[in-house]
Design a protein. Structure first.
Length: 253
């Protein structure tokens, strides 16, 4: 540290400062009343600058005999602190400090004055971190999509039951009406047991204990030849034969 003492014109306050300031770093200057017989200097009327230096903090010394300045040099060259009015006609001495343009290796060298080339580059938007905010809605969307896909078979079965109820039993014994009722019944069996159920005959239906559907199959065959027996089974019985469903849900007409 180098001690700079003011002349007689300025009174007894003295500066305590380093020989030179590092560019861009926070450093401390002290202004102290050297004569113990004189009152402590008043607080200098400063805002955000101390001469050509940026003033970052100003606080009294622990013994109350002066002030401590935390400053930052943002321009290389000669930094000048003009005499400060300390009250009672007392002025501090002028302080001159060199600020060499030297930056530690690897440290940012821009942003300490100069032209457009000295401006710091813009910070990129943190897309990687911002994308983390998409995880909760994406997880919620994934759960909803999974549940929707899991319920697709049940929705298809409910639609097949509703359509079957609307067309069973056949309103007449015309061949086209019987064929349409047969197709809807096969659609309902396929929705419950899979596509292979479209080809099940009476023996396969009996083997799977689908008595109502066995009667359904035989009644349609009989109706095609103008026979009255066996009669068409009720739609409720046909739906009950489909229970229980694989997912444990209930199906309503």
């Amino acid at each position: 540290m180098v001690l700079l003492v003011g002349g007689v014109v300025y009174g007894s306050p003295v500066w305590k400062a380093p020989a030179q300031l590092a560019l861009g770093e926070l450093q401390t200057l002290e202004l102290r009343e050297a004569d113990p017989t004189r009152p402590a200097p008043a607080r200098p009327a400063l805002e955000d600058r101390l001469g050509s230096l940026r003033l970052r903090a100003l606080e009294p010394l622990p013994d109350g005999r002066g002030w401590r300045f935390q400053v930052q040099a943002l321009r290389p060259g000669l930094a000048v602190v003009p005499p400060l009015d300390l009250g009672g006609g007392v002025l501090s001495p002028e302080l001159r400090l060199q600020v060499p343009r030297q930056i530690p290796f690897g440290a940012p060298w821009m942003g300490f004055g100069g032209g457009r080339e000295d401006r710091l580059p813009d910070l990129p938007f943190p897309w990687a971190w911002a994308s983390l905010l998409l995880l909760p809605p994406a997880a919620l969307l994934g759960v909803g999509l999974r549940r929707w896909r899991q319920g697709a078979r049940h929705r298809h079965l409910r639609h097949a039951v509703r359509t079957f109820h609307q067309h069973w039993p056949p309103v007449d014994r015309a061949r086209s009406t019987l064929d349409a009722a047969h197709a809807l019944g096969r659609d309902l069996l396929a929705a419950r047991f899979g596509a292979e159920a479209r080809a099940w005959g009476s023996l396969e239906l009996q083997a799977r204990r689908l008595a109502a559907w066995d009667q359904w199959c035989r009644s349609l065959d009989a109706a095609r030849f103008g026979l009255e027996a066996p009669p068409f089974p009720e739609a409720a019985r046909l739906v009950e034969d489909l229970l229980p469903l694989p997912d444990g849900r209930k199906v309503a007409p």
